[in-house]
Design a protein around this ligand. Structure first.
Ligand code: GDP
Ligand code: CA
Length: 312
């Protein structure tokens, strides 16, 4: 069965890795958020794509969730000696990815082609697709004014209250032919446990994406990134709250209402089951926390089984 997973960074990468392990090679396509992308020292950086790629290649750093395991930071240190502000951590090996991506894009390849080339060279069995080939940038509205996404997320450590989120350039974006084709031939679509506002949000906001999703006959399953009312990593809980949503699995389900047929939640949120079912979704309550490779594979198998059942 062909499966398409929509993913942001760390949470999405974890489930995608489980799905990749549970499925025959070539059956998984991961559509990744690229609204976090930005440029630094002339390098084009695609943080979510790289997190997913490194995780699917088995190169991920389990402590941080991003970057490459065992990477060193000599280049960054040297940039610091030149007086550069080194707020965004870039490892030496990671830097090679950004150098090559930048070169390939300058040569005129599309982000889709570049992502396929990099992931292929690392031996990733899954297909990795940027959500679109156009440049989209998340802007976070805060009490102090608008911030570029990485400015908010990394430089300022997510300390600002989020009053609004917008995706600059999104009106010109379109799902790529590769994304459309993958969605049209999918037997199951999975919304990974990624931040619903700034990771899954931009993917769904690409004009034509929701139509392509709804046009696919595949059942759609979302895995809640919130467990017991909290994000396991990052600001998703605080962000939902300040944007007027409930920071819970139920709150996430409300955001996906009308799009998703089934919701996977953690057992600790079993008391939200009825409300979520009331939104017209089926619910699977299980252990939704992925502590390691075994958990990822187990949760992925459960998601696949649940999704197949929804298709009947
Ligand atoms: P990032 O912020 O760019 O790394 O990307 P994501 O949006 O993909 O990841 C952050 C989200 O992943 C957070 O909301 C976490 O709660 C969620 N997450 C991380 N690990 C897990 C996990 O093991 N299980 C579940 N259910 N969610 C997770
Ligand atoms: Ca991200």
């Amino acid at each position: 069965m062909k499966v398409v997973a929509l993913a942001g960074g760390v949470g999405g990468a974890r489930l995608a890795a489980g799905l990749q392990e549970a499925l025959p090679a070539g059956d998984l396509t991961v559509v990744v958020n690229t609204a976090d992308d930005f440029e630094l020292w002339g390098l084009y950086i695609s943080p979510d794509l790289d997190t997913v790629m490194y995780t699917l290649a088995g190169l991920e750093n389990p402590e941080t969730g991003w970057g490459i395991r065992g990477d060193t930071f000599f280049s960054l240190e040297m940039l610091g000696r030149y007086g550069e502000d080194t707020w965004f951590l870039l490892g030496d090996r990671d830097m090679a990815t950004h150098i090559l991506r930048t070169v390939r894009l300058k040569e005129g390849r599309t982000p889709t082609e570049v992502a396929a080339g990099l992931a292929g060279a690392l031996g990733v069995p899954a297909r990795l697709l940027p959500m679109c080939d156009e440049r989209v940038s998340t802007v976070v509205e805060t009490p102090g004014g608008p911030l570029e996404f990485q400015e908010y997320f990394v430089r300022r450590g997510q300390r600002d209250e989020v009053l609004g989120v917008s995706f600059r350039g999104i009106e010109r974006a379109r799902p790529t032919p590769a994304v459309r084709e993958a969605l049209a031939s999918a037997g199951l679509i999975v919304l990974c446990p990624s931040n619903p506002v700034v990771s899954i949000g931009p993917i769904l906001a690409v004009p034509g994406m929701k139509e392509a999703l709804c046009g696919s006959r595949a059942p759609k399953v979302a895995v809640s990134p919130l467990v017991g009312g909290r994000a396991l990593k990052g600001p998703a809980d605080r962000m939902l709250l300040s944007l007027g949503h409930e920071p819970s699995a139920r709150g996430v389900a409300r955001l996906y209402r009308g799009l998703v047929d089934g919701m996977v939640i953690d057992r600790v949120d079993e008391d939200e089951r009825e409300d979520i079912e009331g939104l017209g979704m089926e619910v699977l309550a299980t252990d939704a926390v992925m502590r390691g490779a075994e958990d990822r594979a187990r949760l992925a198998r459960e998601v696949l089984g649940f999704g197949r059942g929804l298709g009947r």
